[in-house]
Design a protein around this ligand. Structure first.
Ligand SMILES: Nc1nc2c(c(=O)[nH]1)N[C@H]1C(S)=C(S)[C@@H](COP(=O)(O)O)O[C@H]1N2
Ligand SMILES: [Mo]
Length: 506
């Protein structure tokens, strides 16, 4: 080969290596951050969305269910070819090759950002792609430029080794990422195959006025992508619904097991419940509201028939988490359910697929077991749960609380809307009051009560005068209990104190 021919071949190889390293690094970062942010899968889905229907069908007919792997292979080959082109371009007219990589990286970032429910983290892997690709390309091709005679030999051998090593590292990273996310892909496809039966009971439409109509207040129903998430695992457990069984055991007359299909066949009811975490600081965001679909836990317990003296149900999740719920809270007629659906969809894996508990009025750590595996009827004197063993209280009824969502830190003088949410799940909110500086407590206007199991919005029309002002909120529940101003830490059974914000008016 001529000198130029060799250099071109090496530039192509360097470009392929840069592409491989970039793709591998991006997939690895995605596997750690958020498997659905995989640049390859995002671009793949983007292409699927763009593909005209007839072509989609042709491909599916030709490759059967192998259509997705086929698309990914085509995509990979295409990206490696683009890498080779970038290598050549970079050799001929630097930095054109790098520009090409930046463009491809930005397309991937755009594809990731436009996925349903995408957030800022979703573009990170594509940006990693871009940076690694640009860096490797510049490094490898930069060495290929003609140098002083005699210098070429050793540099070139080193370059071939560097190219091969980079490409191999990229392939390895990609393989690792794909192995690491295989489980979550399996769950995703299991979720996609689930067909939930029609609910036997649906929720009433939300009454008009549950929302006070002030922009900036948390939406009354939290979109699933924004629903807070708390659990003890780095990556969520992967439970196969076809082999899933719930075991109902302990101090019961009739222990039994039930499959997913049997549970679904019990009849599903829709309901709305606000869920919150005991670790929520005053003013914090670890609280969200969803429409759930599920089966009353009391129906399962009735079938098992708890023995006299039992006062607790210890639920266990596939991650080893356990929660101690009062037997009474699961049988007193409140809407304590085994949820299989959330916001009109199959329960997402992050929120406990296939089955989780939702119990109004109790913090999540004592009631909301995700990836549920067993319910053991027992006594508080006999067993303790995951967080109880780590210094938290064995019981966790939700405390009456309230939060100011708007306005922000600074506003213009004049009429200002102050608004937020208040909650006392399963007791209900009767009143919300606002105090400005050291003034009297003034009643706020309440949003319509959807039910006592969900939060309630509130607003106040404030005539703001120039200066720095302190706003403080407090709620009263339907038993007449006024939210305490006494400050308590989240440990052992939930924070107390009043949410207080400083607003600069001027
Ligand atoms: N299996 C399992 N279930 C769990 C947890 C957990 O770590 N593992 N965390 C609990 C806690 S502390 C809370 S606040 C809620 C949070 O539910 P979410 O992630 O759906 O918002 O789940 C509860 N259920
Ligand atoms: Mo929690």
């Amino acid at each position: 080969m001529t000198e130029l021919g060799t250099r071109r071949a090496l530039a192509c190889a360097a470009g392929v290596a840069a592409a491989a390293a970039a793709i591998g690094a991006g997939e690895l970062v995605a596997a750690v951050l958020h498997p659905s942010a995989s640049p390859l899968l995002s671009v793949g889905s983007f292409v699927i969305d763009l593909t005209p229907g007839f072509l989609k069908e042709t491909v599916i007919r030709a490759f059967g269910t192998g259509d997705k792997p086929f698309l990914l292979i085509v995509l990979l080959v295409l990206l490696l070819v683009l890498g080779a082109v970038a290598g050549l371009l970079e050799l001929r007219r630097a930095p054109l090759g790098r520009v090409l990589i930046v463009v491809v990286g930005l397309v991937a970032a755009g594809a990731a950002a436009t996925r349903h429910g995408a957030s800022v983290v979703d573009v990170t892997p594509s940006l990693v792609d871009l940076v690694v690709g640009v860096f490797v390309l510049a490094l490898l091709v930069g060495r290929l430029r003609p140098r002083a005679a005699g210098e070429a030999g050793p540099t070139r051998r080193g370059l071939v080794i560097a190219t091969v090593v980079t490409a191999a590292a990229g392939a390895l990273a990609g393989w690792g990422a794909s192995a690491a996310t295989a489980g979550s892909r399996r769950v995703a496809s299991a979720i996609a195959r689930v067909r939930l039966p029609k609910p036997v009971a649906t929720v009433e439409p939300l009454p008009a006025g549950v929302s006070v109509g002030v922009p900036g207040v948390a939406p009354f129903l939290t979109p699933t992508a924004d629903f807070y998430r708390i659990d003890i695992s780095l990556s969520p457990p992967q439970v196969d619904p076809s082999s899933w069984q719930l075991e109902v055991t302990g101090e019961v007359e009739q222990p039994f097991r039930i499959t997913y299909a049997e549970l679904l066949a019990m009849g599903l009811s829709e309901s709305r419940t606000t869920l919150m975490c005991v670790s929520n600081e005053v003013g914090g965001g670890l609280i969200s509201t969803a429409t759930w679909l599920g089966v009353p836990i009391r129906d399962l317990l009735a079938r098992a028939r708890p023995k006299a003296g039992a006062d607790m149900v210890l639920s266990t999740g596939a991650d080893g988490f356990t929660a101690s719920s009062p037997l009474s809270a699961l049988t007193d007629g409140r809407n304590a359910i085994l949820a299989v659906g959330m916001n009109g969809e199959v329960l997402p894996n992050l929120h406990g697929f296939p089955v989780r508990m939702v119990v109004p009025g109790l913090y999540g750590y004592v009631s909301a077991t995700k990836w549920l595996q067993s319910l053991q009827v027992t006594r508080y004197s006999e067993a303790t749960a995951y967080w109880t063993n780590r210094g938290w209280s064995e019981k966790g009824p939700v405390k009456v609380s309230s939060r100011i969502d708007v306005p922000g830190r600074s506003v213009a003088p004049g009429v200002v809307a102050v608004a937020g949410v208040a909650w006392a799940q399963h007791t209900g909110i009767a009143r919300v009051q606002l105090q400005i500086d050291d003034g009297p407590w003034r009643d706020c206007e309440l949003g319509t009560e959807a039910s006592i199991d969900v939060w309630r919005q509130w607003k106040y029309r404030w005539i703001a005068e120039r200066g720095t002002h302190t706003l403080r909120v407090r709620a009263t529940d339907r038993n007449g209990l006024v939210q305490t101003a006494k400050v308590a830490d989240v440990v052992p059974d939930g924070a107390t104190g009043l949410h207080t914000v400083q607003v600069q008016v001027g």
